[in-house]
Design a protein around this ligand. Sequence first.
Ligand code: FAD
Length: 395
Amino acid sequence: SRIPRIVILGAGYGGIVTAIRLQKHLNYNEADVTLVNKHDYHYITTHLHMPAAGTDNPENSRVNISRLIDEFKVDFVKSTVMQIKPIEKKIILEDSTLSYDYLVVGLGGEPETFGIPGLQEHAMNIRSINSVRLIREHIEYQFAKYKGEPDRLDYLTFIVGGAGFTGIEFVGELADRIPNLCKKYDVDQKLVKIFSIEAAPNAMPGFDPELVEYATNVLTNKGVVFKLGTAIKECTAAGVELATGEFVKTTTVIWTGGIRGNHMLDQAGFATMRGRVKVDSFLRTTEYENVYVVGDCSIVMNPEGKPYPPSGQIATQQGETCAYNLIAAIRNTPPKEFKYINKGTVASLGKREAVGMVGTRKVKGNKAALLKKLVDMRYLYIIGGIPLVIRKGRF
Ligand code: FAD
């Protein structure tokens, strides 16, 4: 009979781990595996706050897919996915069409703007190498422009919308970068403002309150001004209007307030919540048992029936189970239920500062920062072994 065809969409955390596991465990000629991704590189999304703020080179946050994939075992197609057609079992790419027997969707998330007017048009997002290069260049350009227009303090005002993990990690890096930028452009540091604006009453909603307090104190000492319990009402080219009525003039808004699943999942007719597909215990869609969804595009419920927050950690673990279940489906052996094991959560607060929870243990300060490095290196090890840890690890 014909060799089954597996197509994986997206080479992010979920997709790349699925592909790597398949290439390791599938026997010769057991399946045809095709991996599709927009770029010919994988990006280490969990590092992106650093190149976005300019504290690290964007090159350190990406790896060529050819270094991760064995081209004799997995076909890599560099293309943009335009449409998923689950009834026809076809994928429309920008330049061709693929058909599949089994599909894995790992296209990642998209910014959730909650319908706030102007965010789509005027805010930037930390989500890819291209987007962080833009943020980094934009920030430097504001400093350069300010020198010619010294009454324009809005050039030196930076607004980060959303104080979740991504927003917090980014303001920590940005606060670290400001002294260097002030020196480079001869700008008085007292004129620079960083606002972290969050609609919820606290930063890092849902995280341990003692660690949240520690984190906000560290960042406040670095010069970050928090506006908590304050929703952004509108974003314009001139600045942001807050729910309090206050208008903050700025030419830089970075939105980290939330993510939703890729819009193509809605379009394909899957039942979604905020664009994300609630998968069954084997990571399949409820509509099609040959379609698997991993990473930010999927929702997995915890034992209490609440969705786990999207993370690189869960995406990686899903990739492992997804590959196992694809092989089981092909071999007609029993699949494995997906069980998320939380190995701990650490948020960086810039240089030598972080907060984290490992099981019920709280860690903070330099110790947590070291832990963060270990977690990052562990991921590099999973996808690329020791050589990748040495090349891309941030020691
Ligand atoms: P992604 O990693 O988002 O990858 C999706 C892939 O699909 C990309 O390669 C993209 O190019 C490709 N793609 C998208 N659209 C198309 C298309 N139309 N056609 C072809 N290809 C396409 N999580 C943690 O667990 N710990 C952390 O410390 C952490 N820190 C973070 C810090 C920052 C600054 C950010 C932004 C996120 C952080 N996260 C962290 C979250 C984590 O990065 C994501 O949850 C994770 O990347 C999701 O993986 P994914 O497989 O769903 O997709």
